[in-house]
Write a protein that binds this ligand. Structure first.
Ligand code: ZN
Length: 369
């Protein structure tokens, strides 16, 4: 069974909430009908004419891209301006575009985490944390016979994670009171009589991006007509969000060997490298896309090398002065791995639906001659 485009957008929102995007960015829906039926999806780095041709070939009604189709606010749509004509072509072909850009870059499962995994890094952390996850305490009151169903519903919806422990909750027994008014159909008690009933106070922790789904799951699983629950903002924060990733190689190796490893892992024909070939590389910073502004942060974090794309000449000079090796593996080269991660994620999430997921990898615009 095909699904509506918005259903797929909701799955992507769980992976990279729009709240993680930079203020200047334009993420989410770019063009299209969020209610359209989707039977095939194309995942691409750019909403390019070539990717649109591929979408038409495979019959994709929806394209998921990393880079936005509409970046600056539009004041008109002219067919004699190539970038604007491209938007019209997507509309004419009825191919919707949904973008995950800096929200995916800032996500702990996003652009740089995928690159770090591709390069075999272990013990990874965020290179440049800019935000921390907002956490809430959810408290509800449940009749004992329904406690397991409610606990299961809220924790399956994403509540109760503390580090690598899931399904963390706490419960205490007590007595609830309520007086059903005219027009109610109480699960326990009767209209006009003050009821005293055994209840369990169930509490758990919920990250901000899961709060809506958890409250919905609570209300669906709880037997009461009116579910009593409280949501408290917490002072302590959850996991870090931000650009780049820092990690370790399982064993130290010379820069020349590590550069070869990067080339093979990313299927590239060439790389630009700054640093001595025999420099030992153990701690690695990566930033998918355009990350040469992270040279100083990578150096102060103790990285031996920074792997990124779009390296500017003067940033390369800074790296050399700091004694930080630098590998420019290209913007598309360092971001293409996330296309496969997104495709895998959607394939897994859509496995009960009849939706095919295709990938389109951006060829590098720059050719080596
Ligand atoms: Zn990019």
């Amino acid at each position: 069974m095909a699904v509506r485009a918005n259903y797929i957008a909701g799955m992507l929102e769980e992976l990279a909430p729009r709240s993680l995007a930079e203020e200047w960015d334009n993420v989410g829906w770019q063009v299209g009908d969020s209610q359209a039926e989707v039977s095939a999806v194309l995942v691409a780095l750019d909403p390019s004419p070539a990717a649109l041709a591929q979408a038409k070939t495979v019959g994709a009604e929806l394209m998921i891209t990393h880079h936005p189709l509409i970046f600056r606010p539009l004041k008109r749509l002219r067919l004699d301006i190539p970038a604007e004509a491209l938007i019209a072509q997507f509309l004419a072909a009825k191919v919707g575009v949904y973008t995950l850009h800096t929200n995916l870059d800032n996500s702990p499962q996003g652009t740089s985490a995928v690159l770090a995994r591709k390069l075999g890094l272990v013990e990874t952390t965020v290179l440049s944390p800019s935000k921390r996850q907002q956490l809430y305490k959810l408290v509800t009151f449940v009749p004992p016979a329904h406690i397991e169903a409610v606990r299961r519903a809220v924790t399956d919806a994403g509540a109760g994670w503390i580090g690598k422990y899931s399904h963390c909750t706490f419960q205490t027994a007590g007595t609830g009171t309520f007086l059903p008014q005219e027009g109610t159909t109480p699960f326990i008690g009767e209209i006009g009589r003050l009821e005293y009933t055994d209840e369990l106070r169930l509490e758990t922790i919920v990250p901000a991006e899961r709060l809506g789904q958890v409250v919905e799951a609570l209300q669906a699983a709880h037997p009461y007509e009116e579910v009593a629950y409280d949501v408290y903002p917490l002072v302590q924060k959850g996991q870090a969000y931000g650009l780049g990733c820092l990690g370790l190689l399982p064993e130290v190796k010379p820069l020349a060997d590590f550069a070869q490893q990067v080339k093979t892992a990313l299927s590239l024909s060439a790389l630009a490298v700054v640093g001595e070939e025999d420099k030992p590389i153990g701690k690695v910073a990566v930033c998918g896309g355009s990350g040469s502004s992270k040279v100083h942060q990578a150096s102060s974090a103790g990285a031996d090398v920074l792997v990124t794309g779009d390296v500017k000449y003067h940033d390369a000079q800074d790296a050399a002065l700091l004694g930080l090796a630098l590998i420019d593996a290209g913007h598309a080269g360092t971001e293409n791995p996330l296309i496969f991660m997104l495709a895998d994620y959607l394939t897994r999430r859509l496995k009960r639906h009849d939706v095919t997921v295709h990938t389109y990898c951006a060829p590098d615009i720059f050719r080596l001659i």
